[in-house]
Design a protein around this ligand. Structure first.
Ligand code: SF4
Ligand code: SF4
Length: 333
């Protein structure tokens, strides 16, 4: 296999078994001899290391970026303009003095532009989170993970950093397996950017199908070739039919159907991939089948696979922005 292929496991909705499948897939691909690095791209709730049973990190370093405003008390006249203009409500009054809450401040510079006496300064390269590396997960591949600190913005940027570090470990050849966050926000956008393949995990519920449509639309926008895995496929035959109809209408192959199986929560509780914890269980066998299809049908000819299943037309994408003081709006980044 030449070059690096990025395979993103995404779901739109949380709690559908994405990390369970991503962990087992990574273990299977490494066992099949693929050079692989895993990236946990859910910086707000990283858990791939738990599913893989990683107990300690070989490296851990602060992730720094952005800026946070603060007020020079000796210059401030307490006029209150900064509190009026701050779009994030980060300026508070404590003990009769204006103060900028560093957990809320987004560093947008609105306040310093408005301050009549130039009493506002910035601290740069503020610690926004952690980047962590397990050189060997015990399964023959490294894992890069990260964690954004509560209240810090730009979780998409830390995901890009996590991906870049994991990719660098491959030395130009292999599979970068990205376990994306739930939803369709900045973290998922960073996960999909630059990737070629998406494994979309869905369960047969109306909410999960709705979120599948949304994340698939995003994957199409970024030009990824998608494939689907239906988890707990047997809990709702009618909804399974709807997922199959959607997949057919969109030309997306369903590569795996995984049954509901109590072995999965037992494996999660034990901190092991289900394929290792309960190898003969129905879910483990189905996940192994899915992983083997990816190992033998998708990855050896991934460029051909991508060319066959990539979107024919770019999907227009209108991001939804939450304005702190104005509610929901469209456009922008
Ligand atoms: S705008 Fe400037 S002077 Fe007015 S309260 Fe804020 S920091 Fe103080
Ligand atoms: S930099 Fe922006 S977010 Fe931070 S206090 Fe000033 S106006 Fe508010």
């Amino acid at each position: 296999m030449k070059g690096v292929v990025e395979l993103v496991v995404a779901s739109g909705k949380g709690g559908v078994g994405k990390s369970t499948i991503a962990a087992a897939l990574a273990v299977h691909l490494a066992g099949r001899g693929y050079r692989l690095a895993a990236a946990d791209a859910d910086a707000e709730a990283p858990n791939l290391h738990i599913v893989l049973g990683v107990e300690g990190w070989d490296e851990e370093e602060p992730y720094r970026e952005g800026r946070v405003a603060y007020i020079l008390d000796d210059k401030c006249t307490q006029c209150g303009v900064c509190a009026e203009v701050c779009p994030y409500g980060a300026v508070e009054v404590r003990g009769g003095r204006h103060w900028i809450n560093p957990w809320i401040c987004e560093g947008c510079i609105t306040c310093s532009a408005a301050c009549p006496v130039k009493a506002i300064r910035y601290r740069f390269n503020v610690q926004a989170g952690w980047i962590r590396l397990a050189r060997s997960t015990g399964h023959g591949f490294p894992l890069v993970s990260g964690e954004i600190l509560p209240g810090r913005p730009n979780s998409g940027k830390i995901v890009t950093e996590i991906k870049n570090r994991a990719k660098a470990l491959l030395g130009g050849e292999g599979v970068l397996l990205v376990d994306a966050a739930a939803g369709i926000g900045c973290q998922v956008i960073s996960s999909l950017t630059g990737a070629q393949l998406a494994l979309l995990v869905v369960e047969p519920t109306p909410a999960s199908l709705s979120d599948l449509r949304r994340v698939h639309r995003l994957a199409k926008h970024f030009g990824l070739a998608s494939m689907i895995a239906v988890n707990k496929y047997d809990i709702n035959p009618d909804m399974l039919g709807e997922i199959e109809e959607y997949a057919e209408s969109e030309g997306v192959p369903i590569l795996g159907r995984i049954p509901y199986d109590e072995a999965v929560p037992r494996a999660i509780a034990a901190g092991r991939p289900v394929t290792l914890h309960s190898p003969g269980s129905p879910a483990a066998r189905a996940i192994e089948e899915l992983a083997e299809r990816i190992a033998s049908e998708v990855l050896p000819e991934w460029r051909r696979w991508w060319a066959k299943y990539r979107p024919r037309r770019p999907e227009p994408y209108i991001p939804v922005i939450l304005h702190p003081n104005r509610g929901v709006g469209g456009g922008g980044g």
